[in-house]
Design a protein around this ligand. Structure first.
Ligand SMILES: *Cc1c(COP(=O)(O)O)cnc(C)c1O
Ligand SMILES: [Zn+2]
Length: 429
């Protein structure tokens, strides 16, 4: 089932650069409607733009005068009439980029910045991709939206659908963390728990796409959805004073976020909004689901599917759609794709919390642990500026920190407090 986009031709000063959907493999072009796979070669489709229509200085002024969220980057998003009319709903973006000197010191690295994308409306970076996908779904005339989710996408689709007054169906693996199920159901969505892995959920949604007139944000709307991740790159560059970092450490599930951050920087380099070259890209995966890290280590870009077994459920995609492109980005930029164990993930969550005050979910533990691993291996040069992308909130995966500290229970008396082991002795009052 296919819904045709109305093509608005630019009127007057409207010079939006969006052109077509284009196959990443063979270059065949398609109209900007709800489709995601090339009919010629089965390659994935991506939104194509012509940035020669933009003037760098004018574009920069438009960005700076824009909203305090992702719609300030509308020139680089797949809408041909300017920012979509979803103002006042849940606009994500402009999350803090904070310099983390105590983390850097702990790791023996000069300069580390944390991009805290837990600071979004539903506490993960997924709000960026969902806001773009749902605005596109509305433009294309869909009334029902849906997704296959590892957890955070479920929260986000349910919330944004509620904000926009759209019907929603959210499909997740039935064994998801309880916090993520509760934080999805509350929005009044139809929450469907599938007995299977994420890859099973995704396969089911691909079949449903053929029989239901719904916008599956990460299936038939995937080319638009993926564009939302570019805004993370734009923000990092803008927040660093229109400069590129030297290295980006970023988690990989399907590989979409990782590759689109590369694409975002690339577009701004092409347009002349930034100088220099792409940063080194280090991808982060959990050892219990590391098809991209494994492919990188073995020097191939085809990823062999795995059956996930890790506490990092939000990254548990065993058959990553953008895996080959993620490997290529890591290779091309002198980066890598690394994996870390569940114990290292738990330690990563604590390290970030203790040195920055930022409490991240398991995916952020993966990213922080990979940063620590790179630092430990001496892979980070002494003059580098490193950005770590923290994609989600710790309150959603509380089980990961249940061990490791305890509550000291006492009677409400001074003596009881003074009796606790390790409390410093009273010196003066
Ligand atoms: C979805 C997700 C990612 C990355 O997803 P991709 O499929 O690689 O784009 C990273 N972190 C969190 C917390 C996520 O929910
Ligand atoms: Zn093709």
């Amino acid at each position: 089932m296919s819904f045709k986009a109305k093509r608005h031709k630019g009127t007057g000063g409207n010079q939006m650069p969006i052109e077509a959907l284009r196959c990443k493999e063979c270059g065949t072009e398609y109209d900007l409607d709800a489709r995601y796979v090339c009919e010629q070669c089965f390659g994935p489709l991506e939104v194509a733009y012509d940035f020669t229509r933009l003037d760098a200085a004018e574009t920069r002024r438009r960005i700076q005068a824009g909203s305090a969220g992702i719609w300030r980057y509308a020139d680089f998003l797949p809408f041909d009439g300017g920012p979509p009319a979803t103002r006042g709903s849940l606009e994500p973006g402009l999350t803090p980029l904070v310099r983390a000197d105590r983390l850097a010191e702990r790791l023996g690295v000069r300069e580390v910045w944390v991009k805290n994308d837990a600071a979004n409306p539903t506490h993960s970076f997924k709000d960026r991709v969902v806001a773009v996908a749902l605005a596109k779904a509305r433009e294309l005339g869909f009334e029902t939206v849906a997704c296959a989710s590892t957890g955070n996408l479920a929260n986000s689709v349910a919330a944004h659908a509620a904000a926009l007054g759209l019907e929603s169906y959210v499909f997740v693996p039935a064994d998801l963390e309880e916090q993520k199920l509760l934080a999805t159901g509350v929005y009044g969505t139809r929450l469907v728990g599938v007995n299977g892995s994420y890859d099973d959920v995704n396969r089911l949604c691909t079949q449903l796409c053929e029989t239901r007139p719904w916008a599956f944000v990460n299936v038939n709307l995937r080319p638009y959805y993926a564009e939302g991740s570019k805004t993370l790159a734009y923000e990092i560059a803008e927040q660093l004073g229109w400069q590129l970092p030297d290295r980006v450490v970023c988690p990989i599930a399907s590989g979409s976020l990782f590759t689109k951050i590369g694409r975002g920087f690339g577009e701004w380099l092409e347009l002349g909004l930034l100088d220099g070259e792409l940063p080194a890209f280090n991808g982060a995966q959990a050892a219990g689901c590391s098809p991209v890290a494994e492919a990188f280590a073995e020097g191939r870009n085809v990823c062999r599917p795995q059956r996930p077994d890790t506490i990092a459920k939000s990254l548990a995609i065993g058959d990553p759609a953008d895996g080959p492109y993620a490997v290529e980005l890591a290779q091309k930029t002198g980066g890598s794709v690394e994996s870390v164990t569940d114990d290292e993930i738990r330690a990563g969550i604590r390290l970030l919390a203790e040195t920055t005050g930022i409490f991240t979910e398991t995916a952020g533990g993966v990213t922080t642990a990979v940063l620590a691993k790179l630092a430990g291996a001496g892979a980070i040069d002494s003059d580098e500026r490193v950005v770590v992308v923290i994609t989600g909130e710790g309150l959603k995966t509380l089980d990961a920190v249940r061990e490791g500290h305890s509550v000291e229970e006492i009677e409400p008396t001074l003596a009881s407090f003074e009796a606790i082991e390790g409390v410093p002795e009273i010196t003066t009052v």
